[in-house]
Design a protein around this ligand. Structure first.
Ligand code: SAM
Length: 206
């Protein structure tokens, strides 16, 4: 991956370049990320008790979201990401958790219904609707009980808007359409909203 992919590559090549590039910084702010995620995990756990559930985290980055959920469950925790540099940082920051290099659009190595919870945090807004639909289908296939998506919901801070612009993400359409996308996939969707304008969208299975 090189800067060439940022300017001339397809969406996925650009995203891979960006996330490999920022992985060292992301690794350093992992603890700060977890402090923020701790608040929403507390709310999430109050709405849906997490204890005893195994968790697969898609686009795990440096593992901050998975580690935050992991404080509420003794179940197996696994994180996957397509950025080798993110995986490397995640292994350094969270030696007790298993991390695997994998593309979210092809999770064939995970069996149907093999994890209680399949989650993704700030991953899906980066994809266009067709790719999002493929990833959602995979997450739903692997999940036994819940698909949990932490992502943008209401207001987005100007600095984040700038970063999303640089990443050329789909966050505006994501915010407009994602509740409907969840509703088309699940018999029931619950929303756990945070004070920062984000939410965990929970799709109930079974
Ligand atoms: C904004 S970061 C979020 C990281 C982490 N989930 C968190 O909340 O801190 C998005 C992550 O998704 C990963 N990602 C994006 N598209 C992916 C794909 N198609 N397959 C696997 N990982 C992907 C990126 O490499 C990056 O680590």
């Amino acid at each position: 991956m090189s800067i060439f992919h940022y300017f001339f590559g397809n969406d996925k090549q650009r995203a891979k370049f960006v996330f490999n590039f920022i992985a060292p910084l992301y690794g350093k702010i992992d603890q700060a990320i977890q402090n923020d995620y701790a608040k929403i995990c507390k709310q999430l756990n109050a709405a849906i008790p997490l204890e005893g559930n195994s968790v697969l985290d898609i686009g795990t980055g440096t593992g901050g979201w998975l580690a935050s959920i992991g404080k509420y469950t003794q179940g197996e925790l696994v994180g996957v990401d397509f950025s080798t540099k993110m995986i490397h940082q995640a292994e350094k920051n969270h030696p007790g958790i298993k991390f695997i290099h994998s593309d979210a659009e092809n999770l064939d190595s995970f069996a149907d219904n093999s994890y209680d919870i399949v989650t993704a945090s700030f991953v899906l807004h980066g994809m266009k609707a067709p790719e999002r639909a493929i990833v959602m289908k995979e997450m739903k296939r692997i999940a036994r009980k819940y698909v949990m998506i932490q992502d943008f919901h209401k207001h987005t801070a100007p600095v984040i808007q700038f970063l999303e612009f640089m990443e050329r993400s789909d966050y505006k359409n994501f915010k407009k359409n994602f509740v409907a996308e969840m509703d088309s996939n699940f018999k029931e969707t619950k929303l756990v909203e945070s004070a920062s304008g984000n939410a965990v969208y929970v799709g109930l299975l079974g």
